[in-house]
Design a protein around this ligand. Structure first.
Ligand code: ZN
Length: 468
């Protein structure tokens, strides 16, 4: 390696889906793309407490593709451990990352307090949170002026970035880096997470530009998604049938993007007469409510159709919609026996207010639970999806008598065809495949790309790759 080599290392999302963290070094400068949290289970999450594998104080710049926790969730730790550079992101990403990092810090403080109480009883040294609310707030001080899509930003001497709309969640971007080293130029394109084209609200992902190297996500590189209109129709059927027989509909939802999309589909369904007009809709998640506020503020991120709809009125409201921030409002829903559509987190039912609603409705034959997102192995959502007859919630065994719907077409990720379309066929020296499980998305994409003669490689964590 010489000082003019561009060296890439993956420090998270190497042959796995979470913990996105990519380091580029060139001419003594260091650029980090994303700094996300490892998620999934106890084993994966232990990696969040380990060393980054590099010195945070030596990083000049962080580029954030979008505000999902597995892309921004270790930024407060990075700052806590010495990072003093600048963080570049779009305005919507910065605003969403703020609530995502604060929420994560709150949960970590709570977990640490719980662990401290039980640890004290066993005489162990006190458990510490990965970072605190103060750390998350401090991290916000390092965000630079927001970046606009499609304009060049000078990061440090010799390195430029351009953010392109990734159509994945509000504010999301893929990022083209141009590095001038000695007498040559090297262009590296980071996909971030690529959205699924054809959804309402957001623009479709901008195609990958010409570049020497592409670092590409492969989450759903092995499969097609179900068509969105079929999924919306199934959602309407689930709601209409359930309310028709006198039950409630529980929709466990991720607070960012999915909650706003489902709310919009419910609004459209009501307006078009596809849903009962008097259904009471509850958005029972303080974080989803805050995220909805941020959506209202960032109309620059919407596609043309949705901007036109905005001019006719607020697309995130309807006659019988209730936003429940306070715990008391959430608990009041428990007394409703029929006619309610309840959106609550967490999406995988691993915690949060949705657990109370499941406890009050799962045992009732008239009610329904409608899953509209990913359910990881080991989560309560997955056990219900897989047909458990009874599940344990807050120490009680609850019979699963409610109807269970699993609707798969709402994904915010491109499927195999959409990923290949996004990449296109302009010549590249190599495509680096990340953010996927090896036996699923990565291997399938390796096969697709090698068929058309595109060189690719799935990096290991910490493997040094020289990009020349
Ligand atoms: Zn994402």
């Amino acid at each position: 390696m010489t000082e003019f080599d561009v060296v890439y290392r993956c420090y998270g999302a190497a042959k796995e889906v979470t913990g996105s963290c990519h380091l580029l070094e060139c001419g003594g400068k260091r650029v980090l793309v994303d700094c996300g949290l490892f998620q999934g289970g106890h084993e994966q999450e232990k990696a969040n407490y380990a060393s980054f594998g590099f010195d945070p104080a030596a990083i000049d710049v962080v580029l954030l593709t979008h505000a999902h926790l597995d892309h921004c969730g270790r930024i407060p730790k990075l700052v806590k451990e010495g990072f003093r550079g600048r963080i570049f992101a779009t305005a919507a990403t910065r605003d969403l990352a703020r609530i995502v990092m604060l929420d994560a810090a709150g949960l970590q403080e709570e977990d640490a307090r719980r662990a401290q109480r039980s640890g004290r009883r066993r005489g162990e040294s006190p458990a510490m949170p990965l970072y605190t609310l103060d750390d998350a707030l401090h991290a916000m001080d390092f965000f630079a002026e927001p970046v606009s899509y499609d304009s060049d930003v000078a990061l440090v001497e010799g390195i430029q970035a351009r953010f392109l709309d990734a159509g994945h969640i509000l504010g999301s971007a893929s990022i083209l880096l141009t590095l001038n080293t000695g007498d040559r130029t090297c262009r590296i394109h980071f996909s971030g997470d690529i959205g699924s084209p054809g959804r309402p609200i957001l623009r479709r992902p901008e195609s990958a530009p010409e570049a020497d190297y592409v670092v590409m996500e492969t989450t759903y590189g092995d499969r097609p998604h179900r068509a969105l209109p079929d999924s919306i129709e199934e959602l309407y059927r689930a709601v209409t049938e359930t309310l028709g027989r006198g039950g409630n509909v529980i929709i466990p939802t991720f607070a960012l993007e999915r909650a706003q999309e489902i709310l919009y589909y419910l609004q459209q369904g009501t307006q078009q007469g596809m849903l009962p007009p008097h259904a009471q809709v509850f958005m029972d998640s303080p974080m989803a409510i805050s995220a909805t506020e941020i959506f209202r503020r960032h109309t620059e991120c919407f596609d043309r159709d949705f901007q036109a709809k905005l001019r006719q009125g607020d697309p995130f409201t309807m006659p019988h919609l209730h936003f429940c921030r306070e715990t008391a409002d959430s608990m009041a829903i428990n007394h409703i026996e029929s006619g309610a559509i309840i959106l609550a987190g967490s999406g995988m039912c691993t915690g949060g207010r949705v657990l109370h609603h499941l406890k009050h409705n799962l045992w009732r034959e008239r009610s329904s639970v409608v899953f509209v997102g990913y359910a990881a192995n080991g989560s309560l959502a997955r056990r219900i999806v897989d047909g458990a007859k009874s599940v344990r919630i807050y120490g009680d065994d609850v019979q699963v008598n409610a109807q269970v719907w699993t609707i798969n077409g709402f994904s915010a990720h491109a499927d195999q065809g959409a990923l290949l379309n996004w990449l296109g066929n302009s010549p590249r020296k190599r495509v680096l495949l990340v953010h996927g499980e090896y036996d699923r998305g990565i291997r399938a994409m390796e096969e697709c790309l090698s068929k058309v003669g595109i060189a690719c490689h799935a990096p290991e964590r910490d493997e040094a790759i020289v990009l020349n």
